[in-house]
Every structure is written in C-alpha cells, then in structure tokens.
Ligand binder design. Structure first.
Ligand SMILES: *Cc1c(COP(=O)(O)O)cnc(C)c1O
Length: 383
C-alpha cells in the first residue's frame, strides 16, 4: 500500500467535502436550485477578487479564461505589452499573437520578477498601447510580480491591466478594484482546491468599455453573453455549465470563507517560508533569486542530479507528486507546490521524503536537516 500526496502547483489536493459535493443529485442549470449556487459562487468570488464589479464563470481550463480576456477586450492590430517572467507569461504572448495583436514582449530572466520601471519606459515610448498582460505568480518559476506597482502605471494612462492570477489568487493578496486591475483570470484547480474545469474572470468598468469596442470574434467566450445571462430574472450561465463541479467549487469557497482570506494568505506565506528554510537547511539552492510567491517553490537539484529523477523517485518510492521544470527548465529544476488544501505537516513530510530521495540518489544530505528547518519556522510563527 502507498498513500498518495499531491504537492504540485495544480491540480491540487481536493478536500473530502469538496469531492463529495460533486456526487449530489444533478440539478437543472436554469432552475432556482442552481441559481442559488451561481449567486453564492459569484458573491464569494467577488470577495476573493476584491471587486464590486462583475465576475464571469466558464467551464474551461485556466487558459480558456486567458484567451477570453484577449478576444473580449481587443481588436486585430491593437498594440499590447506582455510581461513574461516565465512559461505562463510566454503563453499570454502566444495567445495575443495568435489573435493578431501587436505584441511588445518584456521578458525577464527565469527566476526574476518584472521591474515596473521597464514598463514605464515602454508605455512612454508606445503611448498607443491598449493593454498590458502580466502573470501574478508564474507557476513555472515560483516568482510573483508586484501587481499593485504595475496598476499604478497603467491606471493613469487608461491602459488595461490584465492579470493571470490562476495560481496567485488565494495564495497571495490581490485587490482588483483597489489596485486598478482590469481583468483578473483564475481557475478552480490551484488555491481553490477543486478539480480542474472551472475558470473565471473579474472585470473592471474600464474593461467593460473595451468590451463594447472590441472587434475580435467570440461566441462561447463572450463576456457580454455571460453578463446578459446573469442579469436575467433567474440568473444563469449562457450555456450549460459544469454543474456538479460548480457545486463542489461552492463548497470549497465556503471553506475559504470560513478560514478567512487573510488567514489563507498568511497560511500560504508561512508554508512557503518554511519550505524555503527547509530546503536551504538541507543544503539545496532555490532557483528564484527573489520575488518568491506563496504557492510554489522552485529548487535547483544538487550538482549532477537530474531534476526529473528526483520527481520520479518522490512519486514512485514515497507517493508524493511534486512537479518538474516546464519548457526550457525541464530537468533543470523541480517544484514543490504548497497551494490550496495544504498544511504544515504536508511540508514536513515532503521534505522528509526529499531527504530520503537525495540520500538514495547518492547525494550527501544530513537526514532531518530539512525537516528541522521547516519545524523551526513553524514553531517561531506560533511563538
Ligand atoms: C496553471 C496555470 C495556467 C494554466 O491553467 P490551465 O488550467 O492548465 O489552462 C496558466 N497560468 C498560470 C499562472 C498557471 O498556474
């Protein structure tokens, strides 16, 4: 027998109450019972996003919501800036290019966050820029960008700031209204501890003005269709939503509400801090040099050890799934997710297994050193 642990930055572990909620009797998506669910989810997501504005919900992966922000706000040939600190920033650039936008890409070395000064200069020399895309937490490196600082640059210039917070939302603070963000997209399977399949977006009033002028084709992804359906006497989605998943998602959002958003952020911050401390105490080096986010930590394997090998042994020998590197970073790093339904002991046992994995791979590592590193952080936080 082997017990399984999912320590990846998405999909993440799903609590039993959320799993069971999917097994309830099917309800009709245009009937009052579903409306209740949709109303509750919408209200809870507004709180999570820090907005009084509209939220639209799709049956899709997170990338679908990313695409929705491109096709709903822009027209062919529009100039946009895409800030990329990793694999997911590159994805936003690829989507924008696919739809014929003129993309200026601000790329940063993997492991570093973006510098607002660069965006300021770019916006000065390209005043016709209509939108800026940025990743909150780039899950490929674990680096988080300072959204508030970027909002201070785009807002006075009336440029839309579009944020991929698929893994950031719920693990770190984000305030759509107060930080002048215009579209924030996220999904169910990261901090929100629900199976994959739901994506959503918070939309500012500036973004709605752009929706009215946008000429890119859209049908399924239309924000307007979502808004119109929600504003019917019986609020609903334009098309059949993943009803059972949404019932489960509502259950997960109830748990978020119960914990409290601020507590959820501080739990993730503490788990991230303990993970870093434990890894360093084991003698490992972090991949990112700063700007560490709260949802995932990227690690350099010891000299001469392939990161993929560590991931495989952790899974096969110990039942713990962590993540490897994506794209160019395949084999070069491994990543420990501490996102969603994760608590202190999950971190401790992951580092305990990592110590044993490294020892098996012939790396000199002091058993207990990583575990002790995390325990010290946890004890200090309580004292
Ligand atoms: C997971 C993730 C995505 C992609 O989401 P999918 O649901 O796989 O489409 C995009 N951006 C970030 C930052 C992510 O963490």
């Amino acid at each position: 027998m082997q017990k399984k642990y999912l320590m990846t930055p998405g999909p993440t572990s799903v609590p039993t109450d959320v799993l069971l909620a999917q097994a309830r009797d099917m309800i009709h998506h245009r009937a009052p019972a579903y409306t209740e669910v949709l109303r509750e989810i919408t209200a809870r997501l507004k709180k999570v996003l820090g907005t009084e504005g509209d939220v639209v919900i799709f049956g899709s992966s997170g990338t679908g919501a990313m695409e929705s922000s491109v096709v709903n706000l822009f027209s062919p040939g529009d100039k946009v800036v895409v800030i990329s600190v990793g694999y997911f920033g590159d994805r936003y650039a690829a989507i924008a290019e696919e739809f014929g936008l003129q993309v200026i890409k601000l790329s940063y070395p993997r492991g570093s966050p973006a510098d607002p000064l660069d965006l300021e200069k770019t916006l000065e020399s390209h005043p016709e820029t209509k939108g800026v895309f940025i990743t909150h937490l780039d899950t490929s490196t674990g680096v988080e960008n300072d959204l508030e600082a970027f909002g201070r640059l785009t807002n006075p210039r009336n440029v839309a700031l579009i944020v991929d917070s698929i893994s950031g939302l719920g693990s770190s603070p984000l305030y759509l209204d107060a930080w002048n963000l215009d579209v924030v997209v996220s999904g169910s399977q990261k901090a929100f501890m629900t199976p994959p399949g739901i994506a959503f977006a918070g939309i500012s009033s500036r973004a709605w003005n752009m929706v009215e002028r946008s000429r890119l084709p859209k049908f399924y992804w239309s924000y307007q269709k979502s808004k119109d359906a929600y504003n019917k006497p019986i609020p609903q989605n334009p098309f059949t939503p993943p009803v059972s998943l949404l019932v489960a998602f509502n259950e997960a959002l109830k748990m978020v509400e119960k914990e409290g958003l601020e507590n959820m952020w501080s739990r993730h911050r503490l788990l991230a801090e303990a993970t870093r401390a434990g890894l360093r105490a084991m003698g490992l080096k972090l991949f990112a040099t700063g700007g560490w986010g709260n949802g995932v930590t990227s690690v350099l394997p010891p000299e001469g050890v392939d990161g993929g090998k560590i991931v495989r042994m952790m899974r096969e020998e110990f039942g713990i799934t962590i993540a490897g590197g994506q794209g160019d970073l395949k084999g070069k790093i491994f990543r420990i997710g501490h996102l969603g339904y994760v608590d202190r002991l999950d971190i401790i046992l992951t580092l305990a297994a990592l110590e044993m994995t490294l020892a098996r791979l012939g790396v000199e590592v002091e058993l207990g050193s990583g575990v002790r590193g995390t325990q010290e952080v946890f004890l200090k936080a309580e004292g």
